[in-house]
Structure formats: structure tokens, C-alpha cells
Write a protein that binds this ligand. Structure first.
Ligand code: CAA
Length: 257
């Protein structure tokens, strides 16, 4: 279904998805989430795409779930429909994902950013889980992923008070990988994504799987998983090429990108 709630672009091997509901600060409604998930499915299936960037506007990455759309929902309706279970698609993408965040990333907006592999923030970015001010709580992973990202004390404080933090505080807390000037956000995110896309795709997928296992498993299991994944890459042509290129002092030319 075509929707103008997102704009989709490709930049070489990088797929860019821009959230686009300016009249509602990119608040995430059913239509936008459907369009986002369809775009993710398409990029995931596209052999020409290796990395996905999700971004918003200068004013807002996304100001959360659409409050006006969900305002009158009842508990049985949310339960039977498993309301917002479909939000987790982004977290299941196997290719590397980057959130490029300027302006508000609140509630569901912060949760969408947290589902990406890492966040590059403009100086203007503001992160928070303000759901408590609406008489609800995070529902798209905020209580879980924010806690894993910045630790219990900070996540508790943000979820219990609803306070937002700016880009500097978010970087200090480990929520964002890097802060860039607002007018360079998209260029920097695309440059980083393009650099990642130069690498061997099988290696990228296995790195992502191994890092994400930290949240799912014990250290011993995680180390075993990492070692087996590491060993499996010796079955790829890209490993032979990458190491030969190093020895021959030339750039690697990976075939699986
Ligand atoms: N849902 C629906 N509409 C929203 C929205 C949201 N989450 N956030 C902003 N909008 C709309 C506003 O209603 C307004 O629309 P109108 O012009 O028609 O009135 C428009 O976007 C512009 O917003 P403001 O006038 O409020 O802009 P501002 O600059 O004064 O304030 C803001 C910006 C502080 C982000 C403020 O809009 C705000 O607090 N938004 C709500 C943030 C929030 O509570 N998010 C959590 C939602 S619940 C959730 O996400 C649950 C979950 O975990 C999945």
C-alpha cells in the first residue's frame, strides 16, 4: 500500500527511510508503522542493499505513538489485536540499521531509535520516555532496550519522571554513538552507512547477531556463539580476499556485499 507517511530513497547500497508526518511531528500511527515495516521488508529482501538508515525531520525523529489515534482504545481491543506487537519488525532486521536522530525522539520515537543498531544524533536531538505523563508506560521496548542501553538507574529515572535528555546527556549515557552538527546529520549517517556497506555482508550479519546475543544469553554461551560465527567466516571468499588484500597492501574487493 502506497503511503506518504514515509519517504524511501536508495543511496548506493544504503536504503534510507524518512518518517514523514510533519503535521504530527512524525507521530507513529498504524499507517506509518505499516509503511515502515513494508519498506524494511523490501530493503531486507533487496540484494543491492546492505545497510538501512532510519531518520525523521530536523524538528522530530518521531514524537511517539500517535496519541490521538490510540486515545479511545479499550484494554480488550489492545489485548486481542496485540496492539503494537508489529512495531518489533525493525529490531528483527538482519542487515545493519542506523537511526539518524534530530529533534524529538520521544516515547515510541525513542523506542524506534533504540531498535536500530546504533544512533547518530544531531546536537538538537532530545530523547525521552514521557509515557508516564499520559498515564501509561513505554510499550515498544523502552523499559527493556533503554535499560540495557543506559543502565537501570538512568532508565528508571527517565521512565518514572518522563524527563527528556539532550544529545550531550544521551552521548554521556551511552545511548548515542556520536553527535554531529544538525546540518550534517543525514550526510554523516549516509557516509557511515556507506562505509559499513563496503564490508562483507555475511561478516556484517554475523557481527550484528553476535553483538545482539549479549542481551539474550550468558557470557559463556555468547563467547561460544561468537567463536563459531567467527570460524564460519573462514568458509567465505570474502575472508580469503580480505586477508590477501591486507598481505598484498591493497584495498579488499568483497564479492558478497
Ligand atoms: N501523537 C499525536 N500527535 C502528536 C504527537 C503524538 N505523540 N506529538 C505531537 N503531536 C502533534 C500535536 O498534537 C500537534 O498537532 P496540532 O498542530 O494538530 O495541535 C503537532 O503534532 C505539533 O505538536 P506541538 O504543538 O505539541 O509541538 P511543540 O513543539 O509545542 O511540542 C512536543 C513538541 C514536546 C514533542 C509535544 O508535541 C509532545 O509532548 N508530544 C507528545 C510526546 C509524547 O507524549 N510521546 C509519547 C507518546 S505515547 C507512546 O509513544 C507509547 C509507546 O511507548 C508506544
Amino acid at each position: 500500500m502506497a503511503s506518504d507517511t514515509i519517504i524511501v530513497e536508495t543511496h548506493g547500497r544504503v536504503g534510507l527511510i524518512r518518517l514523514n508526518r510533519p503535521q504530527a511531528l512524525n507521530a507513529i500511527n498504524v499507517e506509518l508503522m505499516g509503511a515502515l515495516n513494508a519498506a524494511l521488508d523490501a530493503f531486507e529482501a533487496d540484494p543491492q542493499i546492505s545497510v538501512i538508515v532510519v531518520t525523521g525531520s530536523a524538528k522530530a525523529f518521531a514524537a511517539g505513538a500517535d496519541i490521538k489515534e490510540m486515545q479511545h482504545k479499550t484494554y480488550p481491543e489492545t489485548l486481542v489485536a496485540d496492539f503494537i506487537a508489529d512495531w518489533q519488525r525493525l529490531a528483527r532486521v538482519r542487515k545493519p540499521t542506523i537511526a539518524a536522530v534530530a529533534g524529538f525522539a520521544l516515547g515510541g520515537g525513542c523506542e524506534i531509535a533504540l531498535m536500530c543498531d546504533f544512533i547518530i544524533a544531531a546536537e538538537t536531538a532530545k530523547f525521552g520516555q514521557p509515557e508516564i505523563k499520559l498515564g501509561i508506560m513505554p510499550g515498544g521496548g523502552g523499559s527493556q532496550r533503554l535499560t540495557r542501553a543506559i543502565g537501570k538507574a538512568r532508565a528508571m529515572e527517565l521512565c518514572l519522571t518522563g524527563r527528556s535528555i539532550d544529545a550531550t546527556e544521551a552521548e554521556r549515557a551511552g545511548l548515542v554513538a556520536r553527535i554531529v552538527p544538525a546540518d550534517q546529520l543525514e550526510a554523516e549517517a549516509l557516509k557511515t552507512a556507506a562505509a559499513i556497506a563496503e564490508h562483507s555482508l555475511p561478516a556484517l550479519l554475523l557481527v550484528k547477531e553476535a553483538v545482539n546475543r549479549v542481551a539474550e544469553t550468558s557470557l559463556a554461551e555468547g563467547l561460544l556463539h561468537e567463536r563459531r560465527a567467527f570460524q564460519s567466516l573462514f568458509a567465505t571468499h570474502d575472508q580469503k580476499e580480505g586477508m590477501a588484500a591486507f598481505a598484498e597492501k591493497r584495498p579488499a574487493k568483497f564479492e558478497n556485499r
